[in-house]
Each structure stands twice: as C-alpha cells, then as structure tokens.
Unconditional design. Structure first.
Length: 178
C-alpha cells in the first residue's frame, strides 16, 4: 500500500479507451476461440499503429477493450484516428467482424506500477461508453491540448456537454467525422 509520504508519480497525457461493440453477443455466437482471435486482431492493429513510436503504450486489456496512454494529446488524437481507420478498413474488407467505439480524454493521471489511475482515466472510460459503433468521441481537454491539424476530410464536430456517470461537471465532447 502506498502511504501519503511516498512520492506520487504524476503524469500528464491522454488516455484512450477502446471497446468492441457487440462482443459478448459475437462471443456467444462464434465461440471462445474465434472471439479470442478477434481480440488478438484488435491488439495487433493497435500495436501496428503504435509500432516504432514512443507516442503511446497499451496500459492494459479490459475484456474486449484496451486502455492506451499517450504522453501528449496530439499523439493520442492522431493515434486514435489511425486505430479507428485501421479497424474500419479491416471491417470493410471482411477481416474484422465488429465495430469499435472509442473515447479519449486529456489530463493528469497517477502511475501505480504499470497501471494508471485518477479522474482523467475515469472520464476517458465514461466518454468511451458514450460513443456509438464506429465513433471516436474526444473531450474538449484533448482538443485544447492537441497541436495538430486533422487529415483533410476529417473534422471534430462539437456535440456539446455530456453528463458522465460519477462526474459532477459536464464534459464537453467532440465527434470525429469524415
């Protein structure tokens, strides 16, 4: 147990949560072996986006989703778009059976071993929960902190404040659109 006299390893960055839409139903219909293959495919696509870069790391697997940490909002947003594009491209040619939903938030987190905890993490998870199939929701903190222009044809459309479970103040969200 960490005591209050131990130094806190505070980090600033962006956290992205992914979730495979309809995974439980898919698992029930296809079986555990095929479902495991889908999880591996998702992990491989994410690792291909992150490969050779210090921009981000998979913190942990959460059932059919991933928690990914980025040292900057720019890296997080660019990688999130690349992950979404990889999944959608794979789906369009029949290589991946499920849509993905994602949410990203920027702020402080506390390192706890290899894990990260704190309200930034909680909010990112809740933002992901609000996304629909094939959607990336981006909090205003990411938009403000990111120093990047999106690829032509992509934009972040404001969708306004959202009430997220366990958070007193609404979180302003944007939807990535093509």
């Amino acid at each position: 147990m960490t005591s209050t006299t131990d130094p806190i390893d505070l980090r600033v960055g962006s956290v992205l949560f992914t979730d495979l839409v309809g995974f439980t139903e898919f698992n029930d219909a296809a079986g555990d072996v095929v479902a495991l293959e889908v999880l591996e495919h998702q992990t491989n696509m994410v690792e291909a986006v992150l490969d050779g870069s210090d921009a981000g790391r998979v913190v942990k697997e959460l059932g059919d989703g991933l928690m990914i940490w980025f040292g900057s909002a720019t890296d997080g947003l660019e990688s999130a778009v690349a992950i979404l594009n990889a999944v959608e491209s794979s789906r369009s040619v029949g290589e991946f059976p499920l849509a993905i939903r994602m949410g990203i938030h920027h702020g402080e987190a506390i390192a706890r071993g290899e894990d990260l905890v704190g309200q930034t993490i909680n909010i990112a998870a809740r933002v992901s929960d609000l996304a629909g199939p094939g959607e990336l929701l981006v909090s205003e903190t990411v938009v403000t902190a990111a120093d990047t222009d999106l690829d032509p044809g992509l934009s972040l459309e404001p969708i306004g404040p959202a009430v997220v479970k366990g958070v007193q103040e609404p979180v302003w969200l944007y939807l990535l659109t093509t």
